[in-house]
Write a protein that binds this ligand. Sequence first.
Ligand code: ASP
Length: 427
Amino acid sequence: MRAWFEIDLWKRVIAFLVLGLIFGLGLRYGMGAEAGGAFAETWFGWLGQLFLRLIRMLIVPLVFFTLVSGVIAMGDPKRLGSLGARALGMYFGTTAIAVTLGLVMATLFQPGASLSPETFAGVTAAPVQPEPPSLIARLLAIVPTNPVEALANGDILQIIFFAIIFGVGILISGDIGKPVAAVIDSASEIMMKVTMFVMETAPFGVFGLMTVVMATQGLGVLKSLGTLTIALYLACALHIVITYGGIIIRTILRLPVMYFFRGVTDAQAVAYSTASSSATLPVTITCAEENLGIDKAVAGSVLPLGATINMDGTAIYIGMVALFGAQAMGIDVTLGQYFLVAVMATLVSIGAAGIPSAGLFLSGLALQQVGIPQEQAFLIIGFILPFDRLLDMMRTLTNVTGDAAVATAVAKWEGELDEEIYRARDI
Ligand code: ASP
């Protein structure tokens, strides 16, 4: 038992993914496609379903508490002004570039094109909503008329909206807000623990999902997911090198790029192996202070907020998943829908918690923007899920690098960057 927990979770997940892959293929080619598929669904389908339900259970409390506590982490309301505006401006700017990059790559690579609607367990093609509501109506709908109802319905955008306002309210209430701030911080810590606990079931859930996918679909599905993986890795790598290295560090800040990348390597390695920006946060803060020379107050406020709301890798991914779904369903995406997907990817990347697979579970919202109904959206998510780890690792690495780049920029503008420390390392 102890030996089991001593193995890193991600290694167990990958091992069970491979086991499920082999086992599912064994069933398919041993018992025949039909019998093998039915056997897998009956005996192993519930494992994956259970895991998906457990994860869905976490979404609402996790988004709410992590986001409010992220806003609280900004600390002093007076600093909220300049520091917050600068950080938020950078977050939005970089995320906009990220989303665009993701959509372009998904259009170029067409990862979902080799699939058909039947792939998703016999569900028929997505009937597009007869008349999608106007942009104004959609934007208005982000404001909840009743926050409790928004929480109860799991309306993520409304929850994000309320969480941000609520967090700001706590901050400007000063001492009176402190008890609630403490409760929220504690609740968000607790939800992280609960999530880690649920993630312990991931090896089995992934095994179940993988077995069923392989037994019912065979190896052909790997092709489309392989393309998705390549497209995502490429988009993230370009974003890191061009947007962070080239545009922010080199052009805007006029700092030597290699010192930046050398300084954040540890955080990147931890991000890649944990697939969690939040779990990486302590390392990111250490790298920022000790390697990049970012002042404590800036690192301590900008980075926790970034770990919660600045997720460029996730934004790239959400856009890609939406197009992946549309391509698989044979839906033509209109220009207006591209725009809505971009908006949704940005908002979702803000709302996603910095924990493994958070982005994937919220991608249903973007899938709906291209006209895929909720139930089918969940099927697509379940389809990608067994492979999500590999994708998650890269988007988390991107997310964390982005947090560090924005923190460097804010520190420099606030006059809080010690360039001696920044340049002190051997390259
Ligand atoms: N795992 C990512 C992170 O922690 C979030 C995501 O699932 O995209 O940054």
